[in-house]
Write a protein that binds this ligand. Structure first.
Ligand code: NAP
Length: 246
């Protein structure tokens, strides 16, 4: 299997896109650290993965706190002695138009979506450098490319991920570590389920492929980028959006 023997940390993998990535990588042979802030949900997700025959360990922590991000790496090293793949997927939104957006809305989204990415990447870097092999996959959004009313904080964080990833790709490339971005469009998850029907309809009209995305659409690409077959691909932004951003 393409990811046999690999160890992957997938942040924000108790549900949605992160869970689908964890499962897809697990089905391709990887051992998985599953993560979110919610202990109960994490235990459930790890149990679900084990039922699929996947080796999984749950670690509940908040990625925006550096000491907690380190726990993910410590758990992977303690359990399996190495770490090969990091998927920075944990993310939140606090949508409001600019004039209504509070400093707290801004800080929370930047902290989790951008600083969380930095914390986890820094935490895994040393181990990957020692191995002279690594895959870092950062989940951004088409909103970081296009902008969107009501999402100034989210768009800024997601655009920041692109610059961050390209820099990591340049800094760590000589150690055979790749860093790439996946920018999903509208994917059916908890995050998007409460959007108003008229907003959903308007979005649907702009998607050439005529459907909203599934978490699996993102997971398929993530597993490919993590594989040996993607060894000459780094610093790239891959949009998975059915053509929405065209
Ligand atoms: P989701 O269903 O809300 O899942 C988010 C996951 O992140 C959950 O497991 C959540 O669990 C976890 N999480 C949130 N804050 C965290 C923190 N501080 N530390 C650790 N885990 C945390 O969202 P999703 O739609 O699957 O989104 C996954 C990623 O894709 C996000 O980065 C999102 O911005 C991006 N994305 C989504 C879409 C979309 O249309 N759905 C489009 C573009 C990009 P807890 O809350 O229990 O911690």
């Amino acid at each position: 299997m393409p990811l046999d023997g690999m160890v992957a940390i997938v942040t924000g993998s108790s549900r949605g896109i992160g869970y689908a990535i964890a499962k897809q990588m697990g089905l391709q042979g990887a051992r998985i650290i599953v993560n979110s802030r919610n202990e109960v949900q994490i235990r459930k997700a790890a149990e679900e993965l084990r039922k699929e025959g996947i080796e999984a360990r749950g670690v509940s922590c908040d990625v925006h706190i550096p000491e907690q991000a380190n726990l993910l790496v410590e758990a992977a090293l303690e359990e399996w002695g190495t770490i090969n793949i990091l998927v920075n997927n944990a993310g939140i939104n606090r949508d409001k138009l600019l004039l209504r957006m509070t400093e707290e809305d801004w800080d929370q989204v930047i902290d989790v979506n951008l600083k969380g990415n930095f914390n986890c990447t820094k935490a895994v870097a040393r181990s990957m450098m020692k191995n002279r092999w690594g895959r870092i996959i950062n989940v951004s959004s088409v909103i970081g490319i296009m902008g969107n009313p009501g999402q100034a904080n989210y768009a800024a964080a997601k655009a920041g991920i692109v610059g961050f990833t390209k820099t990591v790709a340049k800094e760590l490339g000589s150690k055979n570590i790749t860093a790439n971005v996946i920018a999903p469009g509208f994917i059916k998850t908890e995050m998007t389920k409460n959007l108003k029907d008229n907003v959903k309809e308007e979005l649907m009209n702009r998607i050439p492929l005529g459907r909203f995305g599934e978490s699996q659409d993102v997971a398929n690409l993530a597993a490919f980028i993590a594989s040996e077959e993607a060894s000459y691909i780094t610093g790239q932004v891959f949009v998975v959006d059915g053509g929405l951003a065209l």
